[in-house]
Design a protein around this ligand. Structure first.
Ligand SMILES: [Zn+2]
Length: 219
């Protein structure tokens, strides 16, 4: 799959939202959001993009694909299925469980999944890599149990076009890269301008709730 084809799927599914004020899983803010749910709701889109990721990961010969809860679970299963077909051997899927109710989240492997990754060549997959925070946490959860970490796969890496690794794992195999600016929430020009934070996408609701708690403590 070419980058043009991947971008066409993002556009067709209306996954790229621009001109808003969003809160990412890292707590950073920005004006653009890649709405992965739009992709995940469309089975033809999921099939196509996970095939694209599988083709990028195949040369690295992964034996297990791990995705973070929530969106990464479906991606991991589809990518593992495609790789099983491409490589002609069973490639398993596992997921990293999210810990916490609000960002920044931590991740852990379920106990039953330790044995699946033990001694294996593992690739991590994610729908959209924003700042890399989620992938870093997932790598931290999986690496102690895996044989080796061979690659990272994603539909979209929107943190940095020139990113070569995340948490020391390379290559980062993303179907497309969309370079977007993010702002530390302490120093966000959109907040300073008074732009309303989007509460339908990303982590705006949790962010506003935390701000409300912090303000009530100051009173
Ligand atoms: Zn802001």
């Amino acid at each position: 799959m070419t980058e043009v084809e991947a971008l066409a799927i993002l556009k067709r599914t209306d996954a790229i939202r621009m001109g808003g004020h969003y809160v990412y899983a890292s707590w950073d803010h920005g004006d653009t959001y890649v709405d992965k749910d739009r992709i995940l709701q469309d089975p033809h889109a999921v099939f196509a993009v996970t095939m694209g990721i599988a083709e990028l990961l195949a040369p690295h010969d992964p034996e297990v694909i791990v995705g973070p809860e929530l969106g990464g679970i479906g991606i991991a299963m589809f990518v593992a299925h495609h790789l099983t077909e491409i490589l002609g051997k069973t490639v398993k899927a596992a997921f990293a469980e999210k810990i916490g109710d609000e960002p920044p989240f931590r991740y852990r492997l379920r106990k039953g999944h330790y044995a699946i990754v033990a001694g294996k060549r593992v690739a991590i997959v994610e729908d959209v890599i924003n700042t890399g925070h989620t992938i870093e946490r997932v790598v931290g959860a999986v690496m102690p149990h895996a044989g080796s970490m061979v690659a990272i796969g994603a539909i979209c890496d929107r943190g940095a076009i020139e990113r070569r690794h995340v948490a020391g794992v390379s290559p980062v195999c993303a179907l497309t890269s969309i370079k977007l600016r993010t702002h530390d929430w302490h120093n966000c020009p959109l907040c300073r301008r008074g732009d309303a934070i989007n509460i339908d996408l990303g982590h705006g609701v949790a962010f506003l709730a935390r701000q409300a708690r912090a303000n009530s403590h100051r009173l």
